[in-house]
Design a protein around this ligand. Structure first.
Ligand code: HEC
Length: 119
């Protein structure tokens, strides 16, 4: 009973935070497929954990406007075009404030991409 009560409190506190919304977006949009479930990056995919919020927003807004500096970055465009200003804000908060989640149900390591994508 006590556990249930505490989970409810946690849920109430977290449900609407930008961090939680950003986390949902990160999972829903498949960002983890390249940047990792722990935002740790992999090979040519940059890590995103605890990066400057302003810079993360700047980059996502650029990708959304279909702007990229090189062919490598073009890969990001399809994942950014559908994002709203609010989505970008929430994602930037999530990336900036990221702390490792120990909830194994949500963050299953088997989703992690291994190898270099075949190049
Ligand atoms: C198909 C693989 C792929 C997916 C999926 C993907 N990204 Fe990326 N992302 C990249 C690549 C490649 C770059 C550019 C790396 C470079 O600059 O060389 C990048 C760059 C970024 C950058 C800029 C980082 C920097 O250091 O300049 C941000 C922020 C970012 N991605 C966030 C996201 C978010 C948020 C999502 C989900 C909505 C996402 N990415 C989905 C591959 C991906």
């Amino acid at each position: 009973m006590k556990t249930l009560f505490l989970s409810l409190i946690a849920l109430l506190l977290n449900a609407d935070s930008a961090y939680e919304k950003g986390k949902e977006l990160y999972i829903k949009n498949g960002c983890y497929g390249c940047h990792g479930t722990k935002l740790e990056g992999l090979h040519r995919y940059p890590y995103l954990a605890n990066r400057a919020k302003g810079y993360m927003k700047y980059k996502l807004e650029r990708f959304r406007s279909r702007l990229s500096d090189n062919q490598q970055q073009e890969m990001m465009i399809p994942f950014a075009v559908g994002l709203s200003d609010e989505d970008i804000e929430n994602l930037a908060v999530y990336m900036n404030e990221y702390v490792e989640d120990t909830n194994k149900e949500r963050y299953d390591d088997s989703y992690q991409v291994h190898g270099d994508g075949g190049s």
